[in-house]
Design a binder for this molecule. Structure first.
Ligand SMILES: Nc1ncnc2c1ncn2[C@@H]1O[C@H](COP(=O)(O)OP(=O)(O)OP(=O)(O)O)[C@@H](O)[C@H]1O
Length: 269
């Protein structure tokens, strides 16, 4: 097996609990997930189980209580500079235009302004925002803002792409368009992707492999499925593929009980 682009190795994350002084909550326990270079891996699990926590650990934004992260074989210390991160919510800076948002990372990295501008305009075109470079976030639709965020994430050409439910706020048509665009961009460059989602259909349609997490506390992987459906895929059309239906059934049989447990816990909370 080639060296993993990203290895979350035996990760445990314990937080101080808000149930009282001295109490703690172990959200993730002894979780190991490896993503090979060029592999697209989705992680699904019930709400609140620890998906974002694991992604934050992979991004180097959160230090695990125990375990380690390896990036192309090297132990991660601090922020993961080989990763680009696309968040769940809105991450555009409202005071910057689309172009200036997209080029922000290059600017911070000291790339000369004219070079950054040329790359930014190119990326805006690639994500379907050609001609919208002067729009501010409040002048863009939710889908356009997501496109700008995608360009913002990819412009630095990261070797690892971390995505935390990036399209959950979009209507289904826009979402499917964006999913197909992400797949096209990914097929062209084949970077390692860790994609977090609630949505099993989305996970199967996009991925090479789907990892199922248990309900919390002490979340850890409880199933792993290779998605052996040929590419290129269209995320809407692939849902009628008989293999998709088989995989959906197999994964759902593992995920269903965890979703019910997660839901019961949220009702109690
Ligand atoms: N900094 C923190 N302090 C205390 N508890 C935390 C912290 N971060 C996360 N948690 C808890 O850890 C658990 C996992 O949270 P996390 O956001 O990773 O779940 P998730 O699976 O991404 O949720 P969702 O599906 O709703 O986005 C939750 O119970 C959450 O309340």
């Amino acid at each position: 097996m080639p060296e993993a682009a990203l290895l979350l190795d035996n990760i445990t994350c314990t937080f101080a609990s808000n149930e009282g002084a001295g109490k703690s909550y172990t959200a993730v326990k002894e979780a190991t997930i490896a993503i090979a270079p060029g592999e697209f891996v989705s992680v699904v699990g019930p709400t609140g189980c620890g998906k974002s926590t694991l992604l934050n650990v992979g991004a180097g934004l959160l230090s695990p209580s125990s375990g380690q992260v390896k990036v192309f074989g090297e132990t991660l210390k601090g922020v993961n500079h080989r990763a680009g991160y696309m968040f769940q919510g809105e991450a555009l800076m409202p005071w910057r235009s689309a172009l200036s948002n997209v080029t922000a990372g290059l600017e911070f990295a000291g790339v000369p302004a004219d070079q950054a501008r040329a790359q930014g305009l190119d990326w805006l075109k690639r994500v379907g925002l050609g001609g919208f470079e002067n729009r501010y976030p409040h002048q863009m639709s939710g889908g356009m803002r997501k496109r700008a965020m995608l360009a913002q994430t990819l412009i630095r050409d990261p070797d690892i792409i971390l995505m935390d439910e990036p399209f959950s706020a979009l209507d289904i048509q826009t979402r499917q368009l964006m999913e197909n665009e992400v797949l096209d961009l990914w097929m062209a460059k084949r970077k390692a992707v860790l994609f977090i989602t609630h949505d099993l259909d989305e996970a199967i349609a996009m991925s090479d492999r789907v990892v199922v997490l248990s309900a919390g506390p002490a979340t850890h992987p409880i199933g792993e499925f290779t998605i052996d459906i040929p590419r290129p895929r269209d995320v809407a059309e692939v849902r009628t593929n008989p293999r998709f239906i088989d995989l959906h059934q197999a994964i759902w049989s593992v995920l269903r009980d965890e979703v019910l447990k997660g839901y019961a816990q949220q009702k109690r909370a």
